[in-house]
Ligand binder design. Structure first.
Ligand SMILES: CSC[C@H]1O[C@@H](n2cnc3c(O)ncnc32)[C@H](O)[C@@H]1O
Ligand code: ZN
Length: 432
């Protein structure tokens, strides 16, 4: 007996097929599958594509969405976000923010999140009950916060987190040193050593702004990637978010070492950081994945929108319509993310894990339908996503979340809005 049988889906570049899912995997893709299934989904007029892998986010920052708009990164962090995080970040804040952010992620077709924040046990708990995959790392900084007194304690928390979650199926631990401007060489070397010992990925921010590059150069005599390379930090286990400002030598280092780039175009635009030359990275053979960054600097977790923006930005920036075609954009937003995490998903193919979405094309803006991939990248909206399946489990069907209570969510968001605006009013931070 099959677990799920999807009937008559449009499989891009193949045709109309039935998709059979069993024990978390796609086991058959055929014109007409007759086998019985516990759950049959009619997918007439719906396109089946892999679900998205949001490879860089701070999901619980959904509770800070809409605050601190129209600032550059360092003003945004120092004048607003770090002040609010110092007051509010707690296991409860992280859990509630994760619930809101994970609901939004599922509703926009994402089944894998790579998250960096504090109290990630709370994110793990929400992800497990929501049925979504998450790579989680307890953020590591050099300066004290109410979360930890300094790098030693952050590292200890990160190590404990790895020990707790290693071997879980939906949750996998990673190490998250924040950035070369907030972590000393000693901290970065300890992270590298721990990552090698535990066999986990490292997820960090690198070369996000011009001022970061200037600051790191002033402090260490080298630009960020060269600085990291001089520490022996750059390797194929490192996922580097942003990577907007790299010189030619740095691009060659990334390629040579096999480090991955986590591109976050919308956050880079909103924080006025710049545009990463992703078309160059791709032509060099660098592995590029896509992320939204946190929902407070984007200001959403919509990977469809992110993918569309990425493709159009690269064309506009390079003045070449070939800089990023729709199929490459879709691959970066799906397959490349799963691959970077060692997960065999991201393709609608037999033997692949069943992480997929169905997109309803019976909408004026998706008709007439000629080229499903191009029309998903350039015309679709996340509200067209009808069904989401993660590891062979249906977590949204006909836009109804199966694992999260929507009413509870709205109540939680309201509760935090009141608390946070109250604090901002008291501290004269309220500007809206
Ligand atoms: C160490 S936990 C994560 C830490 O990162 C902050 N953050 C959120 N977005 C960004 C960004 O784009 N660049 C750098 N740092 C960012 C977040 O507020 C947490 O403090
Ligand atoms: Zn970030």
């Amino acid at each position: 007996m099959l677990d799920i049988l999807i009937k008559q889906a449009i499989v891009p570049d193949r045709g109309i097929f039935d998709i059979a899912i069993k024990e978390g995997r796609i086991i058959r893709i055929e014109r007409d599958i007759k086998e019985e299934a516990r759950h049959t989904i009619r997918a007439d007029g719906k396109i089946a594509i892999p679900s998205f892998a949001n490879m860089h986010t701070h999901i619980s920052m959904s509770l800070l969405r809409g605050i601190g708009s129209d600032l550059t990164l360092m003003d945004w962090l120092q004048k607003v976000i770090w002040v609010l995080e110092a007051e509010f970040v707690s296991p409860e804040f992280v859990r509630d923010g994760a619930l809101l952010g994970i609901a939004e992620s599922i509703m926009s077709g994402t089944t894998l999140l790579m998250d960096m924040y504090f109290f990630e046990e709370a994110v793990a708990q929400v992800a497990l009950s929501a049925g979504i995959r998450v790579g989680l790392g307890f953020g590591i900084l050099d300066f004290p916060t109410k979360v930890a007194s300094g790098p030693e304690e952050y590292l200890k928390r990160a190590e404990e987190f790895i020990k707790t979650f290693k071997g879980e199926e939906l949750v996998f631990p990673v190490l998250c040193p924040h950035a070369p401007y907030t972590c000393s060489p000693t901290t970065l070397l300890k992270v590298k050593e721990l990552a090698e010992r535990e066999g986990v990925l490292i997820h960090t921010h690198v070369a996000e702004t011009k001022s970061e590059v200037e600051g790191v150069k002033e402090k260490y005599g080298k630009t960020p990637v060269k600085h990291l390379e001089s520490l022996g930090f750059v390797s194929d286990r490192v996922l580097m978010a942003h990577m907007v400002w790299l010189d030619e030598e740095e691009k060659a280092i990334v390629k040579e070492r096999g480090a991955k780039v986590l591109h976050c175009p919308e956050s880079n635009l909103k924080l006025a950081s710049g545009i990463a030359p992703v078309w160059e990275y791709i032509s060099m053979g660098i592995h590029v994945c896509l992320g939204t960054d946190g929902p407070a600097s984007n200001d959403n977790l919509d990977m469809l929108e992110e993918m569309s923006l990425m493709a159009k930005l690269q064309k506009g920036y390079s003045l070449s319509a070939k800089a990023m075609d729709a199929r490459t954009a879709l691959k970066i937003a799906t397959e490349n993310g799963f691959l970077a995490c060692g997960i065999k998903a991201g393709k609608i193919e037999e033997g692949y894990e069943a992480d997929l979405i169905l997109i309803d094309t019976q909408k004026p803006h998706l008709q007439p339908l000629y080229d499903p991939v191009a029309q998903i990248v350039y015309s679709a909206k996340s509200s067209d996503i009808d069904t989401v399946i993660c590891r062979g489990k249906v977590i949204m069907e006909r836009r109804e979340l199966k694992t999260i209570d929507m009413e509870e969510l709205l109540h939680i968001a309201k509760k935090w809005r009141e608390k946070i605006t109250g604090f901002m009013r008291e501290k004269n931070m309220l500007y809206f």
